[in-house]
Design a protein around this ligand. Structure first.
Ligand code: ADP
Ligand code: MG
Length: 750
């Protein structure tokens, strides 16, 4: 080790040397001392507490703490010319179970090291040999023995007995103790620098200082010491992130936007007068909030979340019309062609003569609606582009085709983004950049309910509104799990139910995880079908791993047509269809010319056909919890009750089956999104931007640490509002810069 102090920002090569530094970088992407010190132990062994060997599973890469029970050398069958050879078999134990360690070389050395009675850590991949679990050539590190009796003071003895040994997330190349050694090397001479969390705050919360916390998480004296360390480091994560978000909110509010106040007697008012229903109290309230924000001279930046069918679209249309009345244009961006077409139909239908500017019978202040998707024909596209450019089209609806460079607005005042979770940041920014001098107001909508802490963290620079109630007259949706494996007649009953509904003039959906084709490829979903359908059996957890290919739309449609649903009018919808074909199928379904739509998750978002009353979801365990909830929101939208059947072969009491039972048990989207979140890692929640790189959230759990996050948000906002540039908090500023270096991408998602 080189003399002098180490600091968090310095490269690992200096204290560790180039070889170790390179190993750590290639294994974990670590570059600095700070990166290494944020690689927290996965667990701690207390000396004397051995690993429960019965829990080891074949194929796992494990690090276990165990005692050597016996070692024996076993001759191998002799090979001509190779002399006598043997293998060393060492049996280790946790005092209940046994595990075999097998060595074929270095036998003398291992014999000396692995003597019966000593305790060591062994790392390797669990395999099985003649029915016994073993580690072949594991890495070994023996624990040093107790201090010699002569030196053993009572204090020393107690400390030795209690010592907690950190176990790090390791890889084949970088073992837990190699990491432990590296940590020790940088930790001893560490100068953690000035503490980024203000002193008053640390005092109030009774938090460890940063240096203390870093030491204690790697080398805890005891459980309370470790607990304090974790609490302080969680505060770091929550506080830095919230401070960064608070800065972004302030910066956004400082940009100019054109105020678009409500105009009395405009088309917004006329639209309200024409509405065939009464707005719910929630719709009125959110509408007022938005109307007020649109009238401000800085940009609105609001997330509207509301259950499927809670009536977000009406809110969006009213906001758009307010902007049109004020002389601006509004763009509505939706993720799929199907959804765009549907929005276009419902907007023109709801607006009626208000949307027919330039046509016969148009209302007095009518505006135009332009449609821009990838599949609009050349002539129609030219006309639409021109209407957008001149401002004749007050409302522009489209997919990401809206983002193309040729699309130029006369005066873009509002951007509405439907189903926010499907869009990335670049897209939102591209659209925003289309407003000439001022920033447009932005309203993003999502029907995937987000628990409050996630909203505060992931969407932390948006203000949020929530539509809690559904419009009156919405019917309940009953959900049942149909166990297809052990009770085939249940599935027959499901098809009988579908026939029954159809005979009453209702319609049905059958959803499958895959499109399917002759080639039988499994990775066949189009962008329109995107969702978190699990094709690999990897995520979400608890999915039954593929004994067979997931069911496909094409196969299921053919089977139903030939058997259980013969004689009904079946339609097929998936992302691979030509856009015109998709549109035609949707129209026919809406018009009641198709009885049963067999589809992928292309219908997940926003599809609105009130006459559809049953949904059968095949291989339901392949879908995420939130996605199932979204899907079933497609039925029960009219006056008749909805029925959702989750068909699954997941065995009773399997985790997959439990997830489905949970979905069947509640219609509360927020509860389900909590469940979803519990089953995923935070990194997944924060999105793909974090995949493969280091998440800034190591210890913080968005659900379990809700109170801490809320408090940190309040404190961080106060600090930033009082001192936006953090002039008085250089250490905090530096910590945020470091965070943004890593995290810019995901913060930008919001
Ligand atoms: P989502 O929030 O899922 O986007 P929509 O805006 O598509 O919901 O609304 C679902 C359906 O409910 C639409 O047919 C819409 O016209 C209707 N709707 C919206 N608000 C009300 C209301 N206050 N009363 C009755 N029906 C409503
Ligand atoms: Mg919608």
């Amino acid at each position: 080790m080189l003399p002098g102090v180490t600091t968090l920002g310095e490269p690992l090569t200096r204290p560790l040397g180039p070889r170790t530094a390179k190993t750590l970088e290639s294994a974990f992407g670590m570059r600095t001392v700070g990166d290494l010190l944020r690689h927290y132990p996965r667990r701690y062994y207390t000396r004397g507490e051995l690993t429960d060997l019965s829990s080891l599973r074949e194929g796992d890469h494990v690090t276990v703490l165990a005692r050597v029970h016996m070692a024996s050398e076993i001759p191998l069958p002799s090979t001509p010319g190779k002399g006598r050879r043997s293998r060393l078999e060492v049996i280790v134990t946790d005092d209940r179970d046994k595990l075999t360690l097998t060595f074929f070389s270095g036998i003398g050395m291992y014999r000396r090291k692995l003597v019966p009675g000593v305790v060591g850590m062994f790392a390797g991949t669990v395999s099985s040999f003649r029915g016994r679990r073993q580690l072949v050539h594991p890495e070994c590190e023996m624990l040093p023995g107790a201090p010699p009796n002569a030196d053993l003071t009572p204090e020393l003895a107690a400390e030795f007995a209690a010592e907690m040994i950190p176990v790090y997330p390791a890889s084949a190349k970088a073992s837990s103790w190699m990491i432990a050694r590296s940590v020790r090397t940088v930790l001893d001479p560490l100068d953690a620098g000035e503490d980024p969390i203000p002193a008053e705050l640390r005092e109030r919360e009774g938090l460890y200082g940063r240096a203390e916390a870093i030491r204690a998480i790697h080398r805890p004296l005891d459980q309370p010491d470790l607990k304090q360390a974790r609490r302080r480091l969680k505060w770091d994560e929550a506080f830095m992130l919230q401070a960064a978000l608070a800065q972004r909110r302030l910066a956004a509010a400082a940009l100019p936007a054109m105020p678009r106040p409500h105009v009395d007697g405009g088309i917004a008012d006329e639209f309200d007068a024409r509405l065939p229903f009464t707005l719910t109290a929630g719709q009125v309230e959110v509408g007022q909030t938005i109307a007020g924000e649109l009238a401000c001279a800085y940009p609105m930046h609001r997330l509207l979340q509301g259950e499927v069918g809670s009536g977000k679209t009406v809110i969006a249309i009213r906001a758009m019309l307010q902007v049109v009345d004020a002389g601006g244009q509004a763009a509505l961006l939706a993720p799929t062609e199907v959804l765009v077409q549907q929005h276009c139909r419902s907007v023109t239908a709801m607006l009626g003569p208000l949307a027919q500017a330039g046509q016969l019978g148009a209302a007095e202040h009518a505006t135009g609606v332009a449609l821009l998707t990838g599949s609009v024909g050349a002539a129609a596209r030219r006309a639409a582009l021109s209407d957008v450019f001149t401002g004749d089209a007050g409302i522009v609806i489209g997919t990401h085709a809206l983002l193309e460079e040729q699309v130029q607005f006369a005066d873009l005042g509002l951007v509405v983004i439907d189903e926010q979770h499907r869009f990335g940041v670049e897209q939102r920014d591209a659209l925003r950049a289309k407003a000439a001098d001022n920033r447009p107001h932005v309203l993003v909508m999502t029907a995937t309910p987000i628990p409050r802490t996630v909203a505060m963290t992931v969407y932390g620079d948006l203000e949020t509104s929530t539509l809690a109630e559904l419009p009156a007259g919405r019917s309940a949706i009953a959900t049942h799990v149909v166990p297809a494996a052990d009770k085939p007649h249940y599935l027959e009953r499901a098809w009988a139910r579908v026939r029954e509904e159809v005979s009453r003039g209702r319609q049905a959906y059958v959803v499958c995880p895959r499109v399917g084709d002759a080639a039988g490829g499994s990775d066949d979903l189009d962008e329109d079908d995107v969702g978190d359908v699990d094709m690999t059996g990897g995520v979400p957890r608890g999915v039954v791993q593929g004994r067979r290919q997931p069911l496909s739309v094409l196969d299921v449609a053919a089977t139903l047509d030939a058997g259980p649903l013969a004689g009904l009018r079946l339609g097929i919808l998936h992302g691979r269809l030509h856009p015109d074909e998709k549109d035609r199928v949707m129209r026919e379904f809406t018009a009641g010319e198709i009885d049963v739509m067999v589809a992928t998750t292309v219908i997940e978002v926003g599809v609105d056909v009130p006459n559809a009353t049953v949904m059968v979801i095949m291989d339901a365990e392949r879908f995420g919890v939130s996605q199932l909830h979204q899907l079933r929101g497609r039925v029960g939208r009219g006056s008749a009750p909805g029925l959702c059947l989750l068909v699954s072969e997941a065995p009773p009491e399997s985790p997959a089956r439990e997830r489905l039972d949970a979905v069947a048990a509640t219609l509360d989207g927020f509860e389900l999104s909590r469940l979803d979140l519990e089953q995923r890692r935070e990194g997944d929640v924060l999105g793909a931007a974090q995949a493969g790189r280091q998440s800034s959230l190591r210890l913080l759990r968005l659900l379990a640490d809700e109170d801490l996050i809320r408090q940190a948000r309040q404190d961080a906002t106060a600090v930033v509002s009082a001192d936006p540039r953090l002039a008085a908090h250089p250490a905090l500023r530096a910590a945020i810069d470091e965070l943004l270096g890593v995290q810019a991408e995901y913060l930008d998602k919001t």
